[in-house]
Design a protein around this ligand. Structure first.
Ligand code: MF3
Ligand code: CO
Length: 296
């Protein structure tokens, strides 16, 4: 018999490695056993490092508190006539004032502290002093915060002044799609349950969802596994295990799902047909009895 000495056997009565202070048998042992069963059945089971420990969750929540406050601050101050650079300044100043660091700044060369995506911009819009918000625009403001090395990420849509009924509907349907997706997030379900719920609702409304830009694991890093798709099917994709944390952030196009990336900056994504696109993003934690929204 060969004993693999990399495998550390945890005794039932040992303290749980998650750091809760409880005995293993009363804490993560049942979860670990269930993960093993699902793995045997061929499920895609998240690696242990993707499952946040209680102390990590507290740190991520503190980061998210800033992210939410910054978006609330944007909500109070956004208006027609303002440039997207002014939104960038609001986000940057408020994040720093609350003790955080804006995660987008210098992330893979991104030049600003927030993404601002107006109308046909799908995502990754770069704030600019030359881009002025006008009556009737719809805009996504996507904020991400680092606090003490822990990450939070969420985004909201804002309707500027008098927005057309059809654009308002796009914004509302996209928000509802996220809510319907969220209802599917529970332990021992699958990420595809969420993906299909989002996609079905978007299709019912005659819209399309962008396929290869999506959500992501988040918390210890800005972008972690899993990739969160909205073209997956119920009962497929990653198993949802307590401690898994990810974003739900579908990009919903009024027309076709095709997009292109602006070559002059390598970031700004626009719809090919020029029709508007909307996105809401929340950060979600899978818990033992359901889920918890960490940032919105
Ligand atoms: N906040 C975006 C997301 O939801 C990521 C933007 S990357 C950046 O994943 F560099 F553009 F900020
Ligand atoms: Co995100």
């Amino acid at each position: 018999m060969i004993l693999n000495n990399n495998v550390k056997v945890i005794g039932r009565n040992d303290p749980c490695p998650c750091g809760s202070g409880k005995k293993y048998k009363f804490c993560h042992q049942p979860i670990d056993q269930k993960m093993m069963e699902f793995r045997r059945k061929g499920a895609i089971v998240p690696s242990k490092k993707l499952l946040k420990k209680p102390a990590e969750i507290e740190k991520i929540k503190a980061s998210a508190k800033i992210n939410v406050a910054v978006l609330d601050y944007v909500a109070e101050n956004i208006s027609a006539g303002m440039s997207t650079e002014e939104i960038n300044m609001l986000v940057h100043t408020k994040t720093v004032e609350l003790g955080g660091i804006p995660a987008p700044l210098d992330y893979e060369g991104f030049p600003k502290s927030v993404c601002t995506s107006i109308n046909d911009v799908v995502c990754h819009g770069i704030p600019s002093p030359d881009e002025i918000l006008k009556d009737g625009d719809i805009i996504n403001v996507d904020c991400s915060t680092i606090l003490d090395g822990y990450f939070s990420d969420s985004s909201r849509m804002f309707c500027i002044g008098n927005v057309s009924e059809e654009n308002k509907k796009l914004v509302e349907v996209t928000k509802k799609a996220v809510e319907l997706g969220l209802k599917e997030v529970k332990p021992w379900g699958y990420l595809g349950d969420m993906g299909q719920a989002v996609n079905d609702y978007i299709k019912e409304n005659g819209y399309s969802v962008v396929e290869d830009i999506g959500g992501h694991g988040v918390g210890l890093e800005f972008h972690e596994d899993p990739f969160v798709s909205y073209v997956t099917k119920r009962g497929t994709d990653m198993l949802l295990v307590p401690g898994l944390m990810f974003t739900i952030e579908p990009m919903v196009n009024m027309g076709k799902c095709d997009y292109y990336v602006d070559e002059s900056n390598g970031w700004i994504v626009r719809t090919k047909d020029g029709l508007p696109s909307a996105q809401w993003e929340i950060q979600v934690l899978v818990t033992e009895d359901g889920c918890e929204v960490i940032a919105w």
